[in-house]
Design a protein around this ligand. Sequence first.
Ligand code: PBG
Length: 327
Amino acid sequence: MSYPDIRLSRMRSNKIFRTMVRENRLGVEDLIVPMFIHHGDNVRNEIASMPGQFQLSAENAAEYARELFDCGIGSVLLFGIPAKKDPTGSDSWDDKNGVIQHALRTIKKAVPEINLITDVCFCEYTDHGHCGVLIEKKHQMTLDHDATCENLALQVVSHAKAGADMVAPSGMIDGGVGAIRQALDEADFCNLPIMAYSAKYASSFYGPFRDAAQGSPQFGDRQSYQMDIANSDEALREVELDIQEGADIVMVKPALTYMDIIRRVKDTFGMPTAAYNVSGEYAMVKAAAEKGWLDEKKIVLEILTNLKRAGADLIITYHGLDVANWL
Ligand code: PBG
């Protein structure tokens, strides 16, 4: 009895066949690009630890949004850097003067076709840099999740009124997604979806972002509300709760060293799943590419394709404009 000659390379050695049997594809329609919106006019500050990324005032952000949309990017994710910070982060629900509200109106007017997703959190808006309201418990300041939920409700309704197409709560606040869903429904925004940062780890990969958004905690860290990097089962519990509370998309963040979590979340829930390719992951690639140690284009396309393979349906990435131009 003779066996056929098994050669797994047979399909690989022909480019057309290889492409035909490719299991995962990266498309520009999978990408969401973050933007840092600075208060004031004529602002365009390059972020030192994130080459190619800028803090932009609203009208400059509108120009960037136009460029992105014309390259095929359908959605952007907005972070605000307000003029004034206070203990509760009240700029974030200021209908009239809020930095994000102003940007939403400005970008909507200039690029009505693009989807505007707003980051919903307080760390960029509070003077202490934590993601909500603090209270003192046993001589220690801790996050008051219930009080923060009330302010989350104010923030999302204000964003919705200013033109947000989706809201993305990033604070890992207990009950936050439910409070947001209820507030939106009561304010007649039943069709506005929620992308929840469901499994968000207390990660050191956010370092450059904290320069960019000026939202570093002034004391302590975020270990009490973001997830322990060593945990995996807990991510599933977090995701399950967010789905029950009304999340339309669930997110895993960071992305690269958390691909196992992306796969578990996708397999367990079958929900639209987002991966956030965060600032530190971007900075590492940029730094190595600047030194000529890595081929930037090849590395970025490999990383983002691998995120699709891991189970991500959508990817939030600072590489978005480059990728759109390459694809
Ligand atoms: C919090 C928020 C953070 C990021 C997105 N939303 C920072 C944090 O939790 O400390 C990080 C994103 C990145 O690193 O690219 N509003």
